[in-house]
Design a protein around this ligand. Structure first.
Ligand code: BG6
Length: 492
C-alpha cells in the first residue's frame, strides 16, 4: 500500500549520505509505486544553489548510486521534480522561518496534511540545535504527524548521549524519534528473528543447553577513508560495537516478543542489554582486544598504515579493530560466550553470525582426525546474504568416517535485496519504529562501552595490538578464542 503524503525536510540535502544513500533509496520507493504522488522533499544545505541545479544532483545521484540501471529517463525527471532546494545556515533563526513558509506552501499546493519528516543527514554536533530551532519556529507543531530521523553517532558516551536526547526530547517524543542503525535495515539482520522464531528446529535449541558459543564478525577491507576527523576520535568500539555489533547480539539473544510490534520487540532487545555483563576496568584486558593496522598489502597493492593516513594524529592510539568476549547473564544464555570482532583493513569484507552448537558424545563416528566437527549455523549478512548449516554426514564410500557438509541457502540469488536505507526510509514514512534504535538501547549500549573505553584511554600503547593491513587482525584476537579452546570460523 502507498505511504501517506508527506514533506521531507532533508538537512544535508546535497551531502554525501543524501547523494549515495537517501536519494537513491527514495527513488527505489518511488519507482515501486510505494510513495504517494503527493510528496515533496526540501533539500537544505549551506551553499546557495538553484532548485534546477539541485534536481540535476538528484538525477545524477540516482544514476550513479541506485542499485539498478535507470530505465526510464522520464520517470527519473518526474521524480526529481518533487525536490526543491533552500540554502539554510543551521544557526540562523530567520532561516527556519523562511523554511517554514516554504514547507507550508508546498503542503497547501499539494494538499499534504502537515506530515513532516525531518531527516538530519548532518554533523551530529548540530542535532540538538536544529531540533531546538524546529520547535522555536513552529515547524514542529503540526496537525499531521512529525518524525525526526537521525544518523549515528548518538553521543560519544553515556553522558553526552543523555544530554543530546534530553535536548531532542524537548521537541520530539520518543515515539517520534527514529534513530538509524543501518544494520537494522539489512535483509539478513531482519531475517535473524524470522529464522529463530519461525523454525522449531532452531528455536528449541536456541539456548545454553545446545549452543556452545556465538561468533559475530564484521570485517571491512576499507581503511579510514577520508573520515579521519571523526574516526580518529571515535575508534572501532564506538563506531561499530556500540551500535551495529550490539544490535546483532540483541537480535540473536532476545526472547520471542509477545507481538511483532515495535514496543514488544524493543522491550525484549532492551532486556538483553540489561543482562549483558559489563566488564569492569580491571576485567577489560582479559576480555577485550583492541588493534590498529599497520602498512601492508591488499589485493597485491601496498596500503598505508593507520598512523600514516591523512588526518590521523601522529602516534594515534585509536583502535581500528576490536574483538571481545561477551556474556549475557540470564537463564537462556548463562555460560555461553558471544565472541565479537570488527576491524578495518582486514583481508575481506564479511559480516556474519556463526552459531556453534554443542557436540554429540564422541562415541560412534569420527572424522579423519578422529574428531567430530561441530554443527554450525552461519547467518551471512554481507556481502553474501544467506544461511549455511554445517552438519556431519557419511563420507561417500568410506565405512564409518564422517565429513562435514554444508546446506546452503542464498537469500538474494533470485532477486536482489533492497538497500538498507530503502526499507528504513519506508518504515520511517510508515511510522514503523521496529528497526530503529530505542533510547534505552542507546543508553545501555553506552553503559557497556564506556568502562572499556575508559580502561583503554588510561592505558599506554602496551595493550594496543598491531596487525598488518590485509590480514585477519591481531593474533591476540585469535588467542582470545584459543584460550577457550575455539577458533574463528569465518575468515574475517
Ligand atoms: C558505519 C561506520 O556505521 O558502518 C563505518 O561508521 C563502517 O565506519 C560502516 O564502514 C560499515 O557498514 P557496512 O554496511 O558496509 O557493513
Amino acid at each position: 500500500s502507498q505511504l501517506d503524503p508527506f514533506v521531507m525536510i532533508l538537512f544535508g540535502g546535497a551531502g554525501d549520505l543524501a547523494r549515495r544513500k537517501l536519494i537513491p533509496a527514495l527513488y527505489g520507493l518511488y519507482r515501486n509505486g510505494l510513495i504517494h504522488e503527493r510528496f515533496s522533499v526540501i533539500g537544505l544545505g549551506r551553499s546557495p544553489r538553484e532548485t534546477e541545479d539541485y534536481r540535476q544532483i538528484i538525477m545524477e545521484s540516482v544514476e550513479k548510486h541506485f542499485r539498478l540501471p535507470v530505465e526510464h529517463r522520464g520517470e527519473l525527471e518526474a521524480f526529481s521534480r518533487h525536490f526543491e532546494y533552500i540554502s539554510l545556515d543551521v544557526h540562523d533563526r530567520e532561516g527556519y522561518h523562511r523554511l517554514k513558509e516554504r514547507v507550508e506552501d508546498r503542503e497547501r499546493g499539494l494538499g499534504i496534511p502537515e506530515n513532516r519528516l525531518f531527516y538530519l543527514a548532518i554533523a551530529p554536533g548540530l542535532f540538538g540545535e536544529v531540533s531546538f530551532h524546529l520547535r522555536d519556529c513552529g515547524l514542529a507543531r503540526t496537525h499531521g504527524w512529525k518524525r525526526l530521523v537521525i544518523e549515528k553517532p548518538f553521543g560519544h558516551d553515556y553522558p553526552s548521549a543523555k544530554e543530546l536526547n534530553d535536548r531532542i526530547r524537548e521537541t520530539f517524543q520518543e515515539d517520534e524519534i527514529y534513530r538509524i542503525d543501518h544494520y537494522l535495515g539489512k535483509e539478513m539482520v531482519q531475517n535473524i528473528q524470522v529464522i529463530r522464531f519461525a523454525n522449531t528446529l532452531f528455536e528449541n535449541m536456541w539456548n545454553n543447553r545446545y549452543i556452545d558459543h556465538v561468533q559475530i564478525t564484521a570485517s571491512e577491507v576499507v581503511g579510514v577513508e577520508d573520515r579521519a576527523g571523526y574516526y580518529d576520535g571515535a575508534g572501532a568500539l564506538r563506531d561499530m560495537v556500540q551500535n551495529h555489533i550490539l544490535q546483532m547480539v540483541m537480535l540473536v539473544a532476545m526472547e520471542p516478543p509477545s507481538r511483532l510490534k515495535p514496543e514488544a520487540i524493543h522491550d525484549e532487545k532492551i532486556k538483553v542489554l540489561r543482562s549483558l555483563r559489563r566488564w569492569k576496568e580491571e576485567e577489560v584486558n582479559r576480555n577485550m582486544v583492541r588493534g590498529q593496522y599497520t602498512g601492508g598489502f591488499q589485493n597485491g597493492k601496498p596500503v598505508l598504515g593507520y598512523r600514516e593516513e591523512d588526518g590521523v594524529r601522529e602516534g594515534s592510539h585509536n583502535e581500528t579493530f576490536v574483538a571481545g568476549r561477551l556474556y549475557i547473564d540470564n537463564f537462556r544464555w548463562s555460560g555461553v560466550p558471544f565472541y565479537i570482532r570488527t576491524g578495518k583493513r582486514m583481508n575481506q569484507k564479511t559480516t556474519e553470525v556463526v552459531i556453534q552448537f554443542k557436540g554429540v558424545p564422541g562415541q560412534l563416528y569420527f572424522n579423519k582426525d578422529n574428531n567430530l566437527d561441530p554443527n554450525l549455523l552461519v547467518i551471512k549478512i554481507n556481502p553474501e546474504e544467506g544461511l549455511s548449516l554445517q552438519i556431519n554426514a557419511k563420507k561417500p564410500g568410506a565405512e564409518n568416517e564422517v565429513v562435514p557438509i554444508a546446506m546452503d541457502f542464498c537469500h538474494d540469488c533470485e532477486e536482489s535485496s533492497p538497500e538498507a536505507y530503502e526499507s528504513l526510509l519506508r518504515d520511517a514514512v510508515e511510522g514503523d519504529r521496529t528497526y530503529f534504535t530505542h533510547w534505552d538501547e542507546v543508553s545501555l549500549a553506552w553503559k557497556f562501552v564506556d568502562p572499556i573505553r575508559k580502561a583503554w584511554d588510561q592505558q599506554t600503547d602496551s595493550t594496543l595490538c598491531f596487525y598488518e593491513a590485509g590480514t585477519t587482525g591481531p593474533k591476540e584476537a585469535d588467542a582470545l578464542l584459543a584460550r577457550d579452546g575455539y577458533r574463528w570460523h569465518s575468515s574475517g
